[in-house]
Design a protein around this ligand. Sequence first.
Ligand code: RTP
Length: 155
Amino acid sequence: LVAAMEGVEETYIMIKPDGVQRGLVGEIISRFEKKGFLLKGLKLFQCPKELAEEHYKDLKDKSFYPKLIGYITSGPVVCMAWEGVGVVASARKLIGATNPLQAEPGTIRGDLAVQTGRNVVHGSDSPENGHREIALWFKESELCQWVPAQAPWLM
Ligand code: RTP
């Protein structure tokens, strides 16, 4: 039902190691749940270096790339797949600007972070990357195709 609706997208959201270390997992998941998006996959995961490099391959020429790979592999992350109408752009709004000092209050980074290099959460930047990243971080068997029994907020 939901998957057949027009404009339904999926996005890969990841709580980075600083978010896990700081005990912000519940707070961050809660923001996406309250908004009304649908959780399709969720796991705590220690990311191997090769996977971090594949995920961030578009940034490999950036000066901060080695630090970024070290950061993402420094401890467990929480991997999530979320579905909904317009979820890719909406999740980026909920997350806020890359530099937390420029992120609006009310956003995850605006409320919970200070440094670009410790900005607590990742969100896919396009529907294509949403598909790519979910396929990269999850096995098919780890994703649940389900519809909540009562979901008028999704209609
Ligand atoms: P993300 O992929 O994590 O959602 O972040 P984004 O699209 O907002 O930002 P992007 O430019 O794709 O950068 C990816 C992540 O790299 C780290 N970064 N560090 N100057 C720096 O030290 C720097 N710039 C970026 C951040 O963790 C950023 O989220």
